[in-house]
Design a binder for this molecule. Structure first.
Ligand code: SAM
Length: 195
């Protein structure tokens, strides 16, 4: 059973019913794989789906200080969760069929490494789920990187939008032709040329 750790997967499923017209789909932050599974099961005509995740049980700051002011200390600043290499190995087993059919590849690295990678930098992306680090500066950096490599009709879905400066990110993406096309409590869809 492939699990997720977020909410509003129904929205992700709805927004992922979409023709990628031969371009890549991508998820930053794969964990146990529910987000990627939903994307792969719903998009059509994607060249391949790439999941980006370093696993390795990293310690990092997940959210901006301003969104965690009233949280217990253990969820503030840098902390470790359970994103282990064992989780990665289970994910790779669970996604065996997708991998074997050339529909999924894991880029087992951080977003920053992915964005500097000569191969991945040259691809074009039609659908991206941003669900890795949630610090506003990290999401903004990712969003601009993908906007520069986005298909003309691309869709970007963001998770945990209540815990980052989503309005700043959405405004930055208007400079690339993206506008808002759906909003839940935690997820939102930005897209361009949506018919
Ligand atoms: C909230 S979970 C993702 C949940 C998943 N999308 C789902 O739907 O179940 C966050 C994931 O982001 C990964 N992550 C943390 N830092 C990262 C980084 N710098 N680049 C890419 N992924 C990262 C973690 O290893 C973890 O698996």
């Amino acid at each position: 059973m492939i699990k997720g750790d977020s909410e509003e997967y129904d929205l992700l499923e709805k927004w992922a019913k979409f023709d990628c017209q031969g371009h890549y789909s991508c998820e930053i932050g794969v964990r146990q794989g529910l987000g990627s599974k939903i994307i792969m099961d719903n998009v059509t005509n994607n060249y391949m789906h790439v999941g980006v995740d370093p696993y390795g049980n990293l310690s990092y700051q997940h959210y901006d200080e301003k969104f965690t002011k009233n949280w217990p200390q253990r969820w503030r600043g840098e902390f470790k969760t359970d994103y282990t290499d064992e989780m990665r190995d289970t994910l790779l087993k669970d996604f065996y069929e997708y991998r074997n059919n050339g529909k999924f590849v894991l880029a087992n690295m951080k977003d920053t490494e992915f964005m500097m990678h000569p191969e991945w930098s040259q691809k074009t992306y039609a659908f991206v789920h941003f669900d890795g680090p949630h610090m506003s500066k990290d999401v903004l950096t990712e969003a601009v990187w993908f906007a520069n490599r986005a298909a003309p009709h691309a869709r970007f879905v963001f998770d945990d939008t209540d815990k980052c400066e989503m309005s700043v990110i959405a405004y930055a993406l208007t400079l690339f032709g993206f506008t808002s096309h759906g909003m839940g409590e935690k997820k939102c869809l930005l897209a361009r040329n949506l018919k």
